[in-house]
Write a protein that binds this ligand. Structure first.
Ligand SMILES: C[S@@+](CC[C@H](N)C(=O)[O-])C[C@H]1O[C@@H](n2cnc3c(N)ncnc32)[C@H](O)[C@@H]1O
Length: 254
């Protein structure tokens, strides 16, 4: 008897895990390990607290670019921060503008960096809801967003995506997925099952190469419900490690 599973068509990955992308992940693990040692032995404040202190001290109030620049400078010069970064951040901004989205959902906020990039491109009729599970990151993000002068079109929900999503009641026409990588596919399916995705909505997923998100990519590339394209880019704050984003348009008619 034939095994349907083994016969299942796979999407052709744009890039297989290479030595470079493996080293990209390894270097992040090393930096995170060193950071946790330094903070554990109280040799320094957690990096997220340091970033907030610098933003408080140096950012020009109501100037989103000044907040973004401080966060980017810290990540380039001090230590890695898991923001979407400059190159992919601009891809995100372009997608927000091209889609003309009105009701946006963000999964994974961290310091509010991508949130600020989204919010600074919204028109008068659009709004953003973000979900972040870590209390302290949510507080730091709120303050950064407030300093950037962008709080008025933003709702930040603190909680785990799998607990928050089933309680959402509006449909979204743009969904930015950038939380823990093993949740991308599960949460996308939960959004579908709860009828929260508008027809022709854009689903923008970060880090699909860095973390080799093959199951997610297989799903959006092979399902007739999505028309999907990959945009290659470098990992945030790196000139050499490969990464990329996947943009998938949802077709509710199918
Ligand atoms: C990669 S960071 C987000 C970066 C942010 N989008 C940016 O580009 O500035 C991932 C964030 O997702 C959060 N997170 C992880 N699992 C989550 C979940 N199940 N629900 C909500 N947030 C989650 C983490 O606490 C972390 O702050």
């Amino acid at each position: 008897m034939k095994n349907n599973q083994s016969e299942r068509k796979k999407s052709s990955m744009p890039l297989r895990i290479t030595r470079k992308s493996f080293l990209g992940v390894l270097s992040l693990i090393f930096q995170e390990f060193m950071e946790s040692l330094f903070t554990k032995f109280k040799l320094k404040k957690p990096k997220e607290e340091e970033v907030l202190s610098i933003v408080r001290l140096k950012a020009e109030p109501n100037n989103p670019n000044s907040v973004l620049k401080i966060i980017d400078n810290y990540a380039y010069k001090k230590t890695f921060l898991m923001n979407i970064g400059e190159e992919k951040g601009l891809l995100l901004e372009n997608a927000i503008n091209e889609s003309a989205a009105n009701n946006i959902l963000e999964l994974g906020v961290y310091l509010g960096y991508s949130t600020i990039r989204i919010l600074k491109n919204l028109n008068d009729n659009s709004k953003l809801t973000s979900i972040e599970s870590n209390n302290r990151f949510a507080e730091i993000a709120s303050e950064n967003i407030n300093i950037a002068g962008l709080s008025n079109k933003h709702k930040l929900i603190i909680g785990k995506s799998n607990e928050v999503i089933p309680n959402l009641s509006e449909k979204y026409d743009f969904i930015f997925i950038d939380h823990w990588k093993d949740l991308y596919l599960k949460d996308l399916k939960t959004l579908e099952e709860n009828d929260l995705i508008e027809d022709k909505a854009w689903i923008f997923a970060d880090n699909v190469i860095l973390f080799n998100l093959e199951d997610y990519l297989d799903y959006v590339r092979l399902s007739p419900k999505y028309t999907s394209k990959f945009i290659p880019a470098k990992r945030e704050y790196s000139k050499s490690h490969p990464d990329g984003v996947e943009i998938s348009i949802f077709n509710n008619e199918i």
